[in-house]
Each structure stands twice: as C-alpha cells, then as structure tokens.
Design a protein. Structure first.
Length: 224
C-alpha cells in the first residue's frame, strides 16, 4: 500500500448569531464541534492522512446594534484545543435583533476571515476553507461605514472584497469558499459571490434541512 500523504487543513467558520438563527445555532455548533472526528474518519479512507487541522470561529451580527458585531476567536489546533472550541460555541447567544430585518454584517465577517495567517500549503497537500452560515442577507458594505464603531480597515465595496478573496493571502488552487446562505437574487444578497473563483453555494434559509454528513462531504469534496 502506498504511503499516505500528510494533509493540512484550515477551516474558518463564519456564523451569523442574530436572533433569526436561534433555531439553527445548536445544529451548527454541534457540526463544528464534531468536525475533527468526522473529518478524520472520512479522510482516513482516502490517500491522505490528516496531519494538522485548525478551526477558527468568527461570529457576526449587526454593527447598527452592537459595537463588536464581528468577533474573531482565532485559529485553534485540533484536537488539542477542542475544549476551547467547545466553550466558544457553547456560549453563542442569538439575542441580537437586526436593525434592518433580514440583514446582517456577513460581508465584514468574510473580510475579517481573510486577514489571519493560514497554514502555508503552497508546497504541501492541504486546503484553506471558509464556510458561512447565515439566514440573513448581507448588509452592503457602505451601509455601516459611517457608524462610530465600524472598523476602519474594511473594504469599501464588494469589488474590493472580491479582490481580497482572489488576490489575498490564500493559495489560489487550494482555497474554498462555501456559502450555506439565502441566495435570493437582489441588489443586496449573497448571490453575486456565487460567481467568485473557488466558491460553492448551497441556497438555503435553514441549514437543518441538510444532514451533517452532507455538510462535511461538501467541505471535503475531492479529498475523500
């Protein structure tokens, strides 16, 4: 039997935690908490060996309602820091009601997700994956920029955010963006991101319509 190749995996999970997500947040938390074991079991039957897995949780709400609407908890190495991951997810609260019904600052969360140093897979077998769970549509980037609590380093337009995705820190051939979001077409929606490079979209307002195995296999597509 051929020797298995080491595989390095960074997963960033952006979670909308506004009130509209109250009936889905436990499902998402359970999935993220169980991702290491599930991924290891799936990958062990492939030609690769899961050498390193890091998970990073980013939560987002609405800058109109919260000063710290996007919160980044940083990369955690699995399974060594699984307890810290569990604590983060266990304490998620969906008590923020958006100012504009059905909209939250998901684009800002994506921008933050692209900032940190990912595992270097330029010469390694690996993946840099970002996944967004949101029942809301994204507020346009121009909507919140004049608020006193709004970060100064956010992209000004969707095109600037797209450039950040396509020409930023991620390895072009090993990155993936997955949207489990409402993709309803419109001026302000997730729909334009469907055309971005290395992006996969699952149009849904209720992630619990899918099994956790389906979500896992979507993230691990072409690996297992």
């Amino acid at each position: 039997m051929a020797e298995k190749k080491d595989f390095y995996f960074d997963l960033v999970v952006c979670i909308d935690k506004t009130f509209s997500m109250f009936d889905q947040i436990n499902f998402i938390s359970d999935f993220v908490n169980g991702f290491y074991d599930s991924a290891k079991n799936q990958i062990q039957n492939s030609i690769t060996k899961l050498q390193q897995l890091r998970i990073r949780v980013i939560t987002f709400t609405d800058y109109n309602q919260e000063d710290n609407a996007v919160e980044d908890f940083g990369f955690l190495k699995m399974p060594e820091q699984s307890g810290e991951l569990y604590s983060i997810l266990e304490n998620l609260s969906t008590n923020v009601i958006c100012k504009h019904r059905g909209y939250s600052n998901g684009l800002e969360a994506l921008s933050v997700a692209l900032e940190k140093d990912f595992v270097d897979v330029s010469s390694k077998n690996g993946r840099q994956a970002l996944i967004i769970f949101s029942k809301n549509k994204p507020l346009p980037l121009q909507e919140s920029k004049n608020l006193p609590n709004y970060p100064t380093n956010m992209p000004a337009t969707l095109q600037e955010l797209k450039d950040k995705w396509e020409n930023g820190k991620l390895e072009k051939t090993k990155k993936m963006l997955i949207l489990f979001c409402d993709l309803q077409k419109g001026e302000n929606s997730w729909y334009p991101l469907e055309r971005w490079d290395k992006t996969m979209t699952i149009d849904t307002e209720d992630i619990t319509e899918y099994t956790q195995d389906f979500i896992l296999e979507t993230i691990l597509i072409d690996i297992i």
